[in-house]
Design a protein around this ligand. Structure first.
Ligand code: ATR
Length: 307
């Protein structure tokens, strides 16, 4: 059931909490938000921990976050997830930020703490590191990584995390070069160490149609697909087939459909592949662990998604 609440419902607790239902205590805030899978992820974890709380979808207009957070705190909400387009507004609405949220410039998890502060976290980057470890038994910090779609919201977040981890090499690839040139500038300080020859080698940016891409990709260990290409069955793959080789680990952040054309082609090339379901699960589990320290939400989340 994709029931969606709005700001008006926060002012009418009766509509938010119909009789016979558990009280709404957690939410995902977005605009639109009806498509969000977060309730399907978190409700089973709440139920398996015997927590008397309901996780709801909340559609807010830009500019409503400050008032909404205050109302939610009054209503006894524990926290909330934040998704597109509110991740940046959430950053400025929180009173305290964890280092990942600060570095990524975006908040996806909020905790209304007992002392009145509003804590902002970002679990997308750390969730990605856990997902890669689980899927391929490797650490992001040990890899040469190519991110295609690095100029988009998801791509920038994952590229920033890879840089924070100190990965061996990071290749930013995007259709429009201007977005990744800015990102490259922002990430350069993370690579100014003595590993390899210098930041110029460890951090590079290429347009998606660069003739050098196949050779550059050949030197990488992990290719991460973060464009929106693949959501539709008719979408082409974002990289030409010859860019993927048998030694590659290929991760597509899309999980619906479970296998994009890009993943199918990568598998046919002999590469090891994984889709974005593990990222969804791990970023969700990390959020849950911020709300309920010491909890173990991952098994029930995995079960709910058949993984
Ligand atoms: P966001 O809001 O996260 O930026 P988006 O605008 O859908 O999401 O774009 C996500 C990524 O998919 C971007 O890297 C985008 O490339 P541009 O920055 O050049 O727009 C990429 N993308 C979307 N459609 C694409 C296409 N047809 N070919 C290549 N890349 C594409």
């Amino acid at each position: 059931m994709n029931e969606v609440f709005t700001f008006a419902d926060l002012e009418q607790p009766a509509s938010l909490n119909p009789e016979g239902q558990k009280p709404a205590r957690l939410a995902v805030i977005g605009h639109p938000v009806a498509h969000s899978k977060s309730p399907e992820l978190h409700q089973p974890a709440l139920d398996s921990h015997d927590i008397d709380a309901r996780y709801i979808r909340l559609d807010l207009e830009p500019g409503q976050l400050t008032d909404a957070f205050a109302r939610m705190r009054d209503l006894g909400f524990i926290g909330t997830n934040v998704t597109v387009p509110h991740k940046f507004e959430a950053l400025s609405t929180c009173s305290d930020l964890d280092p990942a949220a600060q570095a990524l410039g975006a908040v996806n998890t909020v905790l209304f703490s007992d002392d009145g502060s509003t804590l902002g976290f970002n679990t997308d980057g750390p969730g990605f590191v856990r997902a890669i470890r689980e899927e391929f038994s490797v650490d992001v910090r040990d890899l040469k990584i190519l991110i295609v779609g690095a100029g988009g919201g998801a791509g920038q977040a994952l590229a920033t995390q890879c840089a924070r981890e100190g990965c061996e090499q990071l290749i930013l690839v995007n259709r429009s070069l201007d977005k990744i040139m800015q990102l490259k500038e922002r990430l350069t300080p993370f690579f100014e160490t003595e590993r390899l020859e210098g930041p110029g080698d460890r951090l590079q940016a290429y347009p998606i149609d660069s003739p050098d891409l196949a050779e550059v990709a050949g030197h990488c260990d992990l290719i991460v697909q973060t464009t929106s290409l693949g959501l539709k069955a008719t979408d082409p793959a974002p990289l030409p087939r010859h860019c993927v080789q048998p030694h590659h680990l290929v991760y597509d952040t899309i999980y619906q459909p479970p296998q994009t054309r890009f993943l199918r082609e990568a598998q046919a090339s002999g590469a090891r592949i994984a889709n974005g379901l593990s990222l969804l699960l791990h970023q969700g589990a990390l959020s849950f662990e911020y709300w309920f320290p010491g909890s173990q939400p991952l098994p029930s989340m995995k079960k709910a998604f058949g993984k």
